[in-house]
Design a protein around this ligand. Structure first.
Ligand SMILES: Nc1ncnc2c1ncn2[C@@H]1O[C@H](COP(=O)(O)OP(=O)(O)O)[C@@H](O)[C@H]1O
Ligand SMILES: [Mg+2]
Length: 267
């Protein structure tokens, strides 16, 4: 059976001070439609670079990225990216217009009423219908990220690419947004690649986890995560996966030693 997304022996180097620095070294993995992949690895290992290659923002040195049988070489609205920073919305447009504008550009055949219906649907999905007339500066960081996520989804991408989107949020807001993202994922069936360096985030969200090593990034493991939702840190399956990922990431704390840290990160 043909895979939805195939990454084949992807290599990416940058030239730095006149030398080639290999960042991604023969990265290969496959995704099925509706997978929720978390790419987990230490800071600086090449997670954003991998996502940028899949988005088509970076030219790869060798290898192939194949989406539904077609090799990807440039950006397209079939892949929408959500970044960590809170300034991805057009500051001069209201929340509603922020979603409407890309729809108008990309789907010129949609009527104004159809666009309004779509915008309402997506704003209701993230409980922001009451904020449609607000401007971005009137929203919290978490609210902005929710608008960015549904704006991306309104264009019906085949892949939603997320680069540590909740990394700058406080622990409580991050936890709420993780829950909200799972709801969105369930409702829309979109295939997601979500980059994080946070083990708990990867366990809570993913259906599959790719673990990357440092300098240059190679795949150290590909793990299927079928723990039943809601995934709670106190359960044996959670602890087992946490310890396995912790070991793979080269962190040496046991789950007991890190209990306080885990609680702080998950609450
Ligand atoms: N445009 C670039 N030019 C040179 N080096 C880069 C460039 N982009 C990223 N790098 C290097 O690639 C490595 C991986 O970066 P990045 O993908 O941002 O890591 P991560 O997202 O895992 O923190 C880093 O060493 C970074 O300095
Ligand atoms: Mg990064």
């Amino acid at each position: 059976m043909e895979c939805f997304l195939e990454i084949k022996e992807l290599c990416k180097s940058f030239v730095s001070n006149g030398r080639y620095i290999t960042v991604l070294d023969k990265i290969s993995f496959n995704l099925h439609e509706n997978d929720f992949l978390c790419v987990l690895g230490p800071s600086g290992c090449g997670k954003s670079t991998l996502l940028r290659c899949i988005a088509g923002y970076e030219k790869i040195n060798s290898g192939k990225i194949i989406l539904e049988g077609n090799e990807l070489t440039k950006p397209g609205t079939d892949r929408m990216m959500v970044f960590q920073d809170f300034n991805q919305l057009f500051p001069w447009l209201t929340v509603e217009k922020n979603i409407d504008y890309p729809l108008k550009i990309n789907y010129p055949k949609l009527s104004k009423i159809q666009r309004k219906e779509l915008t309402s649907y997506y704003l209701e999905l993230v409980n922001l219908d009451n904020f449609k007339d607000f401007y971005p500066h009137q929203l919290s960081g978490g609210m902005k990220q929710r608008v960015v996520i549904v704006r991306a989804l309104s264009l019906h991408p085949k892949l939603l690419l997320m680069d540590e989107p909740f990394g700058s949020l406080d622990a409580l807001t991050r936890y709420k947004l993780q829950k909200e993202l799972l709801k969105i994922y369930e409702h829309t069936g979109v295939t997601i690649i979500f980059v994080t360096h946070n083990i708990d985030e990867a366990i809570i969200l993913s259906s599959k986890i790719v673990v990357l090593s440092q300098h240059p990034a190679k795949i150290i493991d590909i793990i299927t995560n079928d723990i039943e939702q809601p995934r709670l840190p106190g359960t044996p399956q959670y602890g087992e996966l946490w310890n396995r990922l912790n070991l793979l990431m080269g962190l040496d704390k046991s789950i007991e030693e890190s209990a306080a840290l885990t609680r702080e990160e998950v609450i």
